[in-house]
Design a protein around this ligand. Structure first.
Ligand SMILES: Nc1nc2c(ncn2[C@@H]2O[C@@H]3COP(=O)(O)O[C@H]4[C@@H](O)[C@H](n5cnc6c(=O)[nH]c(N)nc65)O[C@@H]4COP(=O)(O)O[C@H]3[C@H]2O)c(=O)[nH]1
Length: 808
């Protein structure tokens, strides 16, 4: 076989001769180079099959050096030399030459040697090509090949080995740089055992995470170890392939499979013809269809109410994409309806062709029910189940609209329970709630289907009555409601009777819109309360005026405080038998610049409602104590001072602190201060017993004002630290003529005696009243008979003139 040959020879004659000889053998001489430098420059470009290289060349690079470089390019070299010593031979050997010819070369020897060299070159080429094929195949397959030579203690990794493992190990073992150390410890023993036994290993292993790069992953691991005859390990060889991506995909598939089987959402996988090819257990549970019953059928045939717009294909088509979701009513196997939310999506293959459809169905029945419940809660009162404020507005707006259209009327009945707070405070909130529920039931019992009952909050209820034609109908409904509510009820083993006050307002007669209609009914309800409770009242314009007046008073009170318009009068308290002055009751007044003097009955309830009473109450205490202390200094040493206290003041929590501050700041003796607390206050204040205890601890006295008008039980009074009771003016005023009042007054006096309480009568206007009380054992009184409430200057004069003498 002929070859392409390069000649490297610095003697031109020899080079020419060689060329001619080689060409005569049919070889192609691709180049004649006269120096080593030229040879190494052109050799890699021309890629000759063989280089005939003279060892002794002109120039810095001799033939052995040039041969070493050419060898790195896989270009075989045949040395030609006239003479070479041992050291030159040693040097020449390093470049693994194909042969060595001594000049002058004999033609036949040259031909034979060149032929042999070319044959060897061809054989080597085949091997190189094979190796390259293998390398390419390994690259394509992502394989890494490794070999451990035990005798040479060398580890070789080829192909993708290093990129898979991250480095090339120096040994096979578990040592830090050993190959097995890169494998997760859980997998190592099995591999080591199999290799030791000489068995083939075919497994997938997890790699250890590399600390510096964080690289880990999974590899297919195929290997086998070979032993020497004496049983020692000779070498091990193996192949690895990175399967991390497949492994992760498998992991995802496994997870997806778990989701598919365990999710509460029903799922069906459909083929391109929309036929079901697989369903999950939730699908079976939700629809009642078994898997075998549904396979091969379409969801449209099975599940839907066969309405055109339930058709899945149509829905997906309308979505204009690969995804649709929406609400669909399904029919289960047993014929029951199932409210569902469905997701339908297209699964495409890598070419973008539709492979499957996935249909996911979730039961929205619970959601629907929750939604209905939320709606119910939004429009209903949770305690009573009646409508709430939202429903009120909604209903009235609708009814007003209807009334406008057909010229009818809408009535609103505003119901407020009388004395509910008292029951709530004394019996506890749970009992109060029970009472409210019961009242709600009773209200509902009386109403027509078209009426609406609302609880506004607290003890306030409202009834909306549409299509009212006669006012009398509203009156009789109110009467029925009053009667129904008033019926005795047993709660916590006690019988109660709670009355109500009802205000009635009518659209469009009394108001032109929703809020003024409610306001009008509210004012009417106040009117009913003012007239003595347990009754109803129609709205009238003077009620609105009174409501307006309340508002004016509230605003005016703020000014009164700022401009010092509040002042105190003092009504003398006397001994009944001889008219001896004992002390005074402080009574507040408001000197309003334009309307004149305003009495406490008009503004104290407003001050209580709007919270100003706390400020006003403590102002009264300070002012009265300061004034009374001045009278003590004037000589009225044992004067008694009575100050009124309202329920709200006592509810503030730190009322005893307010009192002790007033005493400390004014120096007024605690034992001479008497706090007048009304009977109903005592019952409305949650912690009255503890508070009274703390007040008593300060040394002050407590008297019960308006006694006989409230609901006090004697046993309760007995356990409270009370010093005195005050017979209410309403019992005194008709004495001695009214037998009833006389009996009550006698009973109160007897009771005070038996409980060891002090006693005082108020509102004594006539000597007959004085005599009656005196005869029954009441020793103290106040009233116009002795003196009206006086200004400070008048009291000053009185103290001087009477020198603590008689007033009557
Ligand atoms: N017809 C008649 N009336 C008599 C007679 N003697 C006294 N009065 C009036 O009866 C009321 C007695 O006070 P009250 O029962 O504590 O009733 C008081 C008290 O509950 C409350 N009040 C007065 N001052 C204060 C105060 O500083 N704080 C608080 N919280 N309430 C006060 O206002 C209520 C009304 O006070 P006033 O209008 O001053 O009315 C006073 C007094 O002027 C009489 O012989 N005949």
């Amino acid at each position: 076989m002929n070859g392409r040959i390069m000649i490297v020879e610095d003697e031109r004659i020899v080079a020419l001769d060689l060329r001619q000889t080689l060409e005569s053998f049919g070889h192609e001489v691709v180049m004649v180079a006269s120096s080593g430098e030229r040879a190494v420059a052109e050799g890699p470009v021309l890629k000759p099959d063989l280089v005939l290289m003279d060892i002794h060349l002109d120039g810095p690079m001799d033939g052995t050096q040039a041969a070493s470089i050419l060898q790195q390019h896989n270009i075989p070299v045949l040395f030609l030399t006239a003479f070479a010593g041992q050291s030159m031979l040693d040097q020449a050997e390093l470049s693994s030459p194909y042969g060595y010819l001594v000049k002058p070369v004999e033609t036949r020897a040259l031909q034979a040697t060149v032929r042999m060299a070319l044959a060897r070159r061809r054989a080597e080429r085949e091997i190189e090509k094979g190796e390259e094929r293998l390398r390419l195949a390994m690259d394509v397959a992502g394989l890494g090949v490794w070999e451990w030579d035990a005798a040479a203690a060398s580890f070789v990794g080829e192909g993708q080995f290093e990129s898979i493992i991250g480095h090339t190990p120096t040994s096979l073992d578990n040592a830090d740089s050993g190959f097995l150390s890169r494998i997760d410890p859980a997998y190592r023993p099995a591999i080591a055992d199999a290799l030791t036994r000489g068995e083939a290993v075919r497994t997938t292993v997890k790699l250890q995470t590399l600390p510096d790069s964080g690289r880990n992953g999974w590899v297919d691991f195929h290997a086998r170890a070979f032993a020497r005859p004496n049983g020692d390990l000779d070498r091990a060889i193996g192949v690895i392939r990175d399967v991390t991506a497949q492994r992760e995909q498998e992991e995802h598939l496994r997870q997806a499979a778990v989701v598919f089987t365990s999710t509460g959402e029903g799922m069906a996988i459909l083929d391109t013809q929309w036929r079901i090819i697989s369903v999950n257990p939730a699908f079976v549970t939700l629809t009642g269809f078994g898997e075998q019953e549904v396979l091969g059928r379409t969801p449209d045939e099975l599940l839907y109410a066969r309405r055109h717009d339930d058709n899945l294909i149509a829905k997906l088509g309308q979505s204009g994409g690969d995804y649709w979701s929406g609400e669909v009513a399904c029919i289960c196997k047993d014929g029951s309806m199932l409210a569902t939310w469905q997701h339908l999506c297209v699964v495409r293959d890598t070419q973008g062709q539709i492979g499957n459809y996935v249909l996911a169905i979730s039961d929205t029945g619970a959601l629907r029910r929750a939604e209905a419940q939320i709606n119910h809660l939004a429009f209903h009162d949770t305690l009573t189940g009646l409508g709430n404020r939202n429903m009120l507005e909604d209903t009235i707006e609708k009814e007003i609209e209807r009334a406008d259209q057909n010229g009818s009327r809408v009535a609103v009945l505003f119901i407020d329970l009388d004395g509910f707070k008292l029951i709530n405070d004394t019996m506890g909130h749970a009992t109060g709630d029970q009472l409210l529920s019961m009242v709600a039931q009773r209200i509902s019992r009386v109403l027509r289907r078209t009426d609406t009952a609302i609880r506004l909050g607290g003890d306030e209820f409202l009834v909306v009555v549409p299509e009212v034609t006669r006012f009398e109908d509203c009156a009789s409904l109110a009467e029925k409601l009053l009667c129904e509510i008033r019926a005795a009820v047993e709660l916590d083993h006690e019988r109660f009777s709670v009355s109500a006050s009802i205000g009635i307002a009518v659209y469009p007669d009394n108001a032109g819109d929703f809020s003024s209609l409610i306001q009008a009914a509210d004012s009417a309800m106040y009117g009913a309360k003012e007239r003595g409770r347990n009754r109803f009242a129609f709205y009238s314009s003077d009620m609105a005026e009174r409501a307006l007046e309340r508002l004016h008073i509230e605003q005016g009170l703020l000014r009164a405080i700022a401009n010092d318009q509040l002042m105190l009068q003092y009504q003398p308290v006397v001994r009944l038998d001889d008219g001896q002055l004992i002390g005074f009751e402080a009574l507040i007044r408001w000197d309003e610049p334009t309307h004149g003097r305003i009495g406490p009955d008009r503004f104290i309830p407003v001050a209580e409602e709007c919270g100003l009473i706390d400020y006003i109450g403590s102002w009264v205490l300070h002012t009265a104590c300061t004034q009374a202390q001045a009278w003590i200094h004037q000589g009225f040493v044992d004067l008694r001072l009575a100050v009124n206290v309202s329920a709200r003041q006592m509810n503030a929590g730190d009322f005893d602190v307010t009192v002790s501050d007033a005493l400390a700041l004014t120096g007024f003796p605690a034992a001479q201060l008497e706090l007048e607390i009304t009977e109903s206050t005592l019952q409305a204040v949650d912690h009255s017993r503890q508070l009274l205890g703390r007040l008593k601890a300060l040394g002050v006295r407590i008297s019960i004002d308006d006694f006989g008008t409230g609901f006090s039980s004697l046993s309760r009074l007995k356990h409270l630290p009370i010093d005195r009771i005050k017979i209410d003016r309403s019992f005194v005023q008709d004495l001695p003529g009214d037998g009833n009042d006389a009996a009550i007054t006698e009973a109160i006096i007897a009771m005070a005696g038996s409980l060891g309480l002090g006693l005082i009568a108020e509102g004594v206007e006539t000597p007959a009243q004085q005599q009656f009380l005196l005869a029954r054992g009441c020793t103290e009184a106040q009233g116009f008979l002795f003196s009206r409430p006086l200004d400070v200057a008048d009291v000053d004069a009185l103290i001087v003139s009477t020198a603590r003498g008689r007033l009557s």
